[in-house]
Design a protein around this ligand. Structure first.
Ligand code: SAM
Length: 243
């Protein structure tokens, strides 16, 4: 069933006025009075809702049954280095499908896009739109958040219980070993490098802040593949594999 996210609290009757959502309901899905959709607020409360009225610029829904709240305990943030446009967009979409809570686009020594890029605001808006669409498609209860672009050195490590860096030169510690000691209710930060990888100085900086380098296997993965790998493994180990 089609899913829409709104910012306000869901009451007995709500009116969607967002032009994209109204267009989607009216013209793409061609919904009619009496049809149903799922509507979620920004706290992850989702309800079956029935369409009562469709106007040219709004859709009115009445509230039905609540959907069960997902009770996943761990939180995962992906610090994804800026990479080529379509690859970053793919990382946003797939990371959202795989359950990431927040994506922080990061600038590193070897990223090509830099903070002063006048396109940054437009890019953040575009990535958030991709995250919203992927959240709807994958029937999440919340929309993954795209945080403001920041430099690697500005990451706030105090917010996380575990920080893992995907590092191709790590030959001893595998992701599996690192995840085996992570609690199911942890706050995790996963850091993925750009096309050219992290410099030794960056790895030393991250390690000084308690981050653990992990190997994702013997092959060199593209940056976006590394992000997908990390989140697949995390879901397998923490969501699917432990009671
Ligand atoms: N430095 C390398 C180079 O230029 O040959 C490769 C960088 S790789 C394309 C991009 C990012 O993906 C890396 O910075 C790392 O975060 C991650 N990555 C790729 N393969 C990996 C592996 N086998 N183990 C851990 N991380 C990996």
């Amino acid at each position: 069933m089609q899913r829409y996210f709104i910012k306000e609290r869901i009451t007995d009757e709500i009116t969607i006025r967002d032009a994209n959502q109204v267009h989607h309901i009216r013209n793409v899905m061609r919904r009619q009075k009496g049809d149903q959709a799922v509507v979620c607020d920004d706290q992850g409360h989702c309800f079956y809702m029935k369409i009562e009225r469709i106007e040219s610029d709004s859709v009115v829904f009445s509230k039905g049954q609540a959907l069960p709240k997902l009770n996943r305990k761990f939180h995962v943030t992906l610090a994804q280095s800026l990479i080529r446009k379509d690859h970053f967009e793919l990382a946003c979409q797939k990371a959202t499908e795989l359950g990431v809570d927040t994506i922080i686009p990061i600038e590193t020594e070897r990223t090509i896009i830099k903070l002063k890029d006048p396109q940054v605001e437009k890019k953040l808006t575009r990535w958030q739109a991709i995250a919203q669409e992927a959240s709807e498609q994958s029937q999440r209860n919340t929309v993954s958040k795209i945080a403001p672009l920041m430099h690697l050195s500005a990451l706030d490590f105090s917010l996380y219980d575990t920080v893992l860096i995907a590092y191709e030169n790590e030959k001893t510690v595998t992701l599996k070993t690192a995840l085996s000691v992570v609690n199911k209710d942890s706050k995790l930060l996963l850091i993925v490098g750009p096309e050219g990888g992290f410099t030794a100085a960056e790895i030393a900086f991250l390690e000084r802040h308690g981050a653990q380098t992990v190997s994702l296997g013997p092959r060199i993965l593209r940056s976006e593949t590394a992000a997908i790998y990390l989140l697949c493994a995390l879901s397998y180990e923490l969501e699917m594999n432990r009671s």
